[in-house]
Ligand binder design. Structure first.
Ligand code: SF4
Length: 144
């Protein structure tokens, strides 16, 4: 199967802090499926490292108060275009991110509290009915 995958799960140091978050079993997954890396935040024009952002209402705001909604939206749209162009079967996204998070994101207080909701890119994929997995689903995907 073919998936778009959050690049930081693959080991690309594209997180806000300039680090990656490689998942265990990622090499096994690479052998079994075609994985195409995406990072919606950098695709939307944000640098690495960058000031962390959280979702506040309908906007994405950085820790120092700048509105980054446009960059997040642009990055999400580019990832959706790539998904369609590549004819992917689904996406594997990093949990809790304001872009990639599925089901749970930080609550906008920058206090480390999670709340229910989706990141901007996850929300767009969900709107289009695209199957979303997270790095926690990798063991399941190894059996496909
Ligand atoms: Fe990883 Fe997604 Fe954040 Fe990029 S936007 S660093 S892929 S969680």
């Amino acid at each position: 199967m073919k998936f778009l995958i959050s690049a930081c799960i693959l080991g690309v140091p594209c997180r806000y802090d300039g680090k990656s978050k490689p998942s265990e079993q990622i090499e096994e997954l690479m052998l079994r499926h075609t994985l195409i890396p995406i990072c919606p935040e950098t695709a939307g024009g944000l640098p690495t490292p960058r000031t962390p952002c959280e979702i506040v209402g309908a906007k994405v705001i950085s820790k120092n108060g700048e509105d980054r909604t446009l960059q997040y939206m642009n990055g999400a749209k580019k990832c959706l275009e790539l998904f369609k162009k590549e004819g992917c079967d689904g996406v594997i996204l990093k949990t809790k991110s304001p872009s990639c998070g599925k089901g749970l994101v930080y609550d906008g207080s920058f206090g480390g509290t999670l709340t229910s909701g989706d990141g901007i890119t996850a929300k767009l994929f969900k709107f289009y009915g695209i199957k979303i997995y997270t790095e926690e689903d990798i063991p399941l995907l190894l059996n496909r």
